[in-house]
Design a binder for this molecule. Structure first.
Ligand SMILES: Cc1cc2nc3c(=O)[nH]c(=O)nc-3n(C[C@H](O)[C@H](O)[C@H](O)COP(=O)(O)O)c2cc1C
Length: 216
């Protein structure tokens, strides 16, 4: 049975990213996969500390992160799994710090500074991405979000030999449980509620398909 992980880079365990990831995992389950959702906010861990233990020549630890914290056993499981869905909300035009810390710890030890660059990943892992954000799809390009986010999309192929990498952008998300309670006059609360009720369910369906495709 295939094992598929989803990693939530949002501090909200019941937010937009969590809901999208849960649906993607349902898609993977529909193809017979065993799934697990990891909320990074539950874990005590740091980003890469640039110690380079993972790149020491002739070391049994080459390709593995030397840091020992809550993330260590999870990295080992993911590296030996069949698929991973990496999810993050957009904070200040980028992924969350929590997500970037995870990404550094997962990708950097496996990436070897050979010429050309190579990987010490023990097996192929299919990796897809989901990003949730306030901005509507029409302005993503103009804001430079797509160019920025797509820079990391090439790493799964290089590191894990991924062949099916997909990315799902979930735009115009609902941020508060009640817009009237918060200073949020830059948003049209009625429009946001409409997006939550009409568009978000469509995004959930796309997430289900993304999860299915990762396994199928
Ligand atoms: C600190 C912070 C910064 C944010 N910055 C952006 C941003 O730059 N662009 C954007 O489109 N949305 C931004 N958002 C909105 C979130 O990306 C959006 O609400 C997202 O769907 C939240 O996901 P979650 O419910 O999984 O936490 C920001 C939210 C927070 C809390």
């Amino acid at each position: 049975m295939k094992k598929i992980y989803a990693v939530n880079g949002s501090p909200r365990k019941n937010g937009n990213t969590a809901k999208i990831l849960a649906e993607a995992l349902k898609g993977a389950q529909s193809m017979g996969a065993e799934t697990q959702l990891i909320n990074l906010s539950d874990l005590n861990f740091s980003g890469c500390k640039s110690c380079f233990a993972c790149k020491l020549k002739n070391s049994p630890k080459a390709g593995r992160c030397a840091l020992q914290d809550d993330l260590s056993p999870i990295l080992e499981e993911i590296i030996n799994s069949d698929g991973l869905i990496m999810g993050s909300p957009i904070y200040f035009s980028a992924e969350t710090g929590l997500y970037r810390n995870f990404l550094e710890r997962l990708f950097f030890p496996l990436l070897q500074y050979t010429n050309p660059a190579s990987s010490l990943a023990p097996k192929k892992v299919e990796v897809s991405f989901v990003f949730t954000m306030n901005v509507p799809a029409e302005v993503m390009n103009d804001y430079g979000y797509t160019d920025y986010l797509e820079k990391t999309l090439r790493f799964p192929k290089l590191i894990f030999g991924s062949e099916k990498t997909e990315v799902l952008y979930v735009n115009d998300t609902y941020q508060f449980n009640d817009y009237s309670k918060y200073e949020s006059s830059m948003f049209d609360a009625e429009h946001k509620a409409k997006m939550r009720d009409k568009k978000f369910p469509q995004d959930l369906k796309k997430a289900f398909e993304l999860g299915k495709n990762l396994v199928g």
